[in-house]
Design a protein around this ligand. Structure first.
Ligand code: PEP
Length: 256
């Protein structure tokens, strides 16, 4: 049922480490986090830098923790210096890949078109894309939040069929809330995420009720509970607070 968290939408807490943690630090985090993760009922996933993915994959075997990359190219191979392909991520293996994070849109010329190509490619490879959308402060102040975000959602999905809600995840991340300590009010985040779900329902019908939509932007142990109480918020994409095993555990056990 659209807008009501049910069995089909398992909460997902995803830790985006950005350009933090070398291999040693990744393994140190997991040494602390794996025993804690046994007590987490939500799904948890970590997104280390590319260089730590292989070591992380080996370490989390059998733990139930999922693994994701922070970006990828859409081609399988080729003359694309510095890029990583979906086939390479599949080999690790990665369960998830973040696509269109605002830092990539802002600093690395990611566009709605490249996001769309990457989403298509991730789906073809059976890697679940975590598609990031969100407005800037200027756009919010001009009252453009919904048109901006819904256009990003629609363009990311151009010519894409979704038949099963577990194929894709969205993350609504207002740019002004990322790394700033300014979290969106739960009601405001719900308003946008509810609108994203209605857009997904226009595109895919009932499948929209199965697609997980996360909130991201300064999520911390002390604000996650109120966000998760909103009917359409199915989890969080967590940056800074996911670097600390105990803080990430506290976020993932918001339901205690
Ligand atoms: C992010 O990087 O996606 C993010 C939400 O960062 P932070 O939690 O640090 O705001």
């Amino acid at each position: 049922m659209i807008g009501v968290k049910g069995m089909s939408r398992t909460p997902l807490l995803a830790g985006n480490w950005k350009m933090h943690k070398n291999v040693k630090e990744t393994l140190g985090f997991l040494d602390e986090f794996i025993p804690l993760a046994k007590g987490i009922s939500a799904e948890v996933a970590v997104f280390p830098p590319f260089t730590s993915l292989w070591a992380a994959a080996e370490k989390i075997k059998g733990s139930g923790i999922k693994l994701g990359a922070q970006n990828m190219h859409w081609e399988d191979s080729g003359a694309f210096t510095g890029e990583i392909s979906p086939a390479m991520l599949k080999e690790i293996p990665c369960d998830y890949v973040i696509i269109g994070h605002s830092e990539r849109r802002q600093y690395f010329a990611e566009t709605d078109e490249t996001v769309n190509r990457k989403v298509k490619s991730a789906l073809e490879h059976g890697i679940v894309p975590v598609v990031c959308v969100g407005e800037s402060l200027e756009q919010r102040e001009k009252g453009e939040t919904l048109p901006v975000v819904l256009s990003q959602v629609e363009k990311s999905l151009s010519e894409i069929k979704i038949e099963n809600g577990s194929q894709i995840v969205f993350a609504y991340e207002p740019i002004w809330a990322i790394g700033t300590g300014k979290v969106a009010l739960p009601y405001d985040a719900q308003e946008v995420i509810g609108a994203i779900r209605r857009k997904l329902a226009e595109l895919y019908g009932d499948v929209a009720g199965e697609i997980r939509i996360l909130y991201g932007g300064s999520v911390k142990p002390d604000n996650i509970k109120d966000l998760m109480a909103q009917p359409d918020i199915d989890g969080a994409l967590v940056g800074g607070a996911s670097l600390d095993a105990r803080a990430f555990y506290q976020i993932a056990t918001y339901d205690r």
